[in-house]
Design a protein around this ligand. Sequence first.
Ligand code: SUD
Ligand code: ADP
Length: 281
Amino acid sequence: MVKEFLAPAKINLCLHVLGKRPDGYHDVAMLMQRISLYDRVRIALVAEGGVRVNCSGLALAPGEENIAARAARRILELSGVSTGVEIHIDKQIPVAAGLGGGSSDAATVLVGLNEMLGAGLDPVTLVAEGAKLGADVPFFVNGRTAWATGIGECLQSVDGLPPAWYVLINPGVAVSTAWVYQNLRLTSQGVVAKLPKFPRTVGELAGFLANDLERVTIAGFPIVEEVKARVLDLGARGALMSGSGPTVFGVFDSRDAAESALSQLRQMAGWRVFLAHPLED
Ligand SMILES: C[C@@](CO)(OP(=O)(O)O)[C@H](O)COP(=O)(O)OP(=O)(O)OC[C@H]1O[C@@H](n2ccc(N)nc2=O)[C@H](O)[C@@H]1O
Ligand SMILES: Nc1ncnc2c1ncn2[C@@H]1O[C@H](COP(=O)(O)OP(=O)(O)O)[C@@H](O)[C@H]1O
């Protein structure tokens, strides 16, 4: 059996770091949305045992393993089914970019393989297994716009955000999430944020954007600030770095306005740019 799935990217419309935990992770409060930029993940069940992953456009460090392989092995273990699994990922989401590509690939494999094997693992189990793979994986398993707390694994669905258009700009540098959190100097411990009033218009969304990690990444990669300034000059209502960066998204209220900015930004050597919209829940 072979099946193909789309694994979407995410953006963080806000990201507040509330404090450091004893295990070294950070408690956060984030508004997260899936967007229309995808990796393609093809999963095949094959006779030859073991899990093999082939992923275009991704060079892993020696000893590092594709997170999708770890997800597949976990589903095989939990289901008790003995079959071989071959995964091919056509990588379109920039890597180490703040867009959650690896986490989305992993979540796609957790959910997709569970379904293909008829393993019957329930959503709560899949979310919990996702959290063991990475802080962003539960969000993608859940597959809805969410207010995410804890390290990202406590998810509350959020409805009614405005139908914005986004222009994503990746300036072509890779940023390690671990490095950003390590360099974050918390000046005061945050409080566990109660649910904010979520934006209902593109104007409100532009005013809502905030990311505590932005200044850390900008200190190491000043290009992020340049990208923000450029997309704001081109008419974005607001702009923010996503996650730990370096990708920046500009918020537009029409497709035409976003496309006009996109055509200008395409001329910047070394920058990858994408037009995207929020995915429906
Ligand atoms: C910043 C965010 C925002 O959505 O996304 P990205 O920029 O990575 O896309 C997430 O918090 C990242 O999630 P994810 O990329 O899954 O993180 P993990 O692999 O679990 O963790 C990588 C490293 O980041 C740090 N980390 C991660 C999440 C968190 N809440 N606190 C942390 O301190 C830890 O040092 C950890 O070793
Ligand atoms: N399927 C995958 N896609 C992307 N990165 C992966 C994958 N598997 C393992 N990785 C590792 O995870 C790191 C973070 O990748 P990614 O999920 O793209 O970024 P981010 O954490 O910024 O959202 C990469 O630098 C790479 O070393």
